[in-house]
Design a protein around this ligand. Structure first.
Ligand SMILES: [Cu+2]
Length: 196
């Protein structure tokens, strides 16, 4: 009996250490409604972004950037293939990565390497309605909020983290809000409300 108990305790202790509970982040806009499509990052000191995989792409398709927001780790090279019959001229004036891909046509691709974290806003010189974002991050915990304004990260180690939320509607430096978050072995939940 004693032996059985000891085994059970060992099992549960190691399970707790191996699988940190999820970190959930809940983002609401000034109207109190869930904010969908915001980019949430959880930064933990000493936890770096994964190495880039090298197959990132933002297509130009139907006169739109697809996906509209692409999250990549620092150092990623992103291809910008043109799937349209018309030509595009993709550029960014954003501080983390300014670039200018002069006019190019169907099934031609250009690529850009993103070395600094931050939001890089995309535009097209030919089509004013085209806009998109390459969000460059230095943490493995980065994702967009769903329709309920929520995002959840597995495997965040315990410690003092910083939660950042980026969205074009946020009227703060870099369209970003930050909040400290204490992550325990039981996980954590962060609620962020964007003020007007
Ligand atoms: Cu275009």
């Amino acid at each position: 009996m004693k032996r059985l108990l000891a085994t059970a305790a060992a099992c549960c202790l190691s399970a707790t250490a191996a699988a940190a509970a999820p970190v959930a982040v809940d983002v609401r806009g000034p109207d109190g409604r869930p904010l969908a499509g915001a980019v949430v990052t959880v930064e933990m000191p000493g936890v770096a972004a994964p190495a880039p995989r090298g197959d990132y792409a933002v297509e130009q398709k139907d006169i739109q950037f697809q996906p509209h927001v692409l999250i990549v780790p620092v150092g990623a090279t992103v291809a910008f293939p043109n799937r349209d019959r018309v030509r595009h001229h993709v550029y960014s004036f954003s501080k983390p990565r300014k670039f200018d891909l002069k006019l190019y046509g169907r099934e031609e691709a250009r690529s850009v390497t993103f070395d600094k974290p931050g939001a890089v806003t995309l535009g097209c010189n030919i089509h004013d309605t085209m806009n998109g974002v390459v969000f460059v991050t230095a943490t493995p915990f980065a994702a967009q909020t769903d329709a309920a304004g929520r995002v959840s990260f597995a495997g965040v180690p315990a410690g003092q983290a910083t939660v950042r939320v980026w969205h074009p509607s946020i009227r703060a430096a870099g369209n970003t809000l930050a909040q400290p978050l204490a992550v325990t072995a039981a996980g954590a939940t962060s609620h962020l409300v964007i003020r007007r």
